[in-house]
Write a protein that binds this ligand. Sequence first.
Ligand SMILES: [Cu+2]
Length: 143
Amino acid sequence: MRSLFIAAALLLAAPSARAQTVTVEHPWARATAERVETGAVYATLTAGTADRLTGASTPVAAQVQLHEVIQDNAIMRMRELAGGIALDPGKPVTLAPGGYHLMLIGLKQPLKPGESFPLTLTFATEPPVTVTVTVNAAGAHMH
Ligand SMILES: [Cu+2]
């Protein structure tokens, strides 16, 4: 019963009365070739309170999944993080090549260097944050 009251209080307080406490730094994506239907977005997230990145969306892709790269018998593979990515207060979490990333699935257009696109991140507790993702030249590619 007590937890129900707390949940109700949180609902009433969100979202307009509270300032967003998650900061998103340097959101970027790798450029993609023509006809490639997946891409990856990276950024550094820092939450002010314990939270969890639960998903994302963008107009440039049909779907966005949270992925991590894992080493499986010397083979690099990706797996979806169905439970999201935990954010500890004040501790930056970096999404970077070879680790956590936001996988863009069903790209509607190639991501060209120098261009940018909006991406909205959703969290378990905090209100969503929309950032502008900059496209960098494709280099060594994980995907
Ligand atoms: Cu991936």
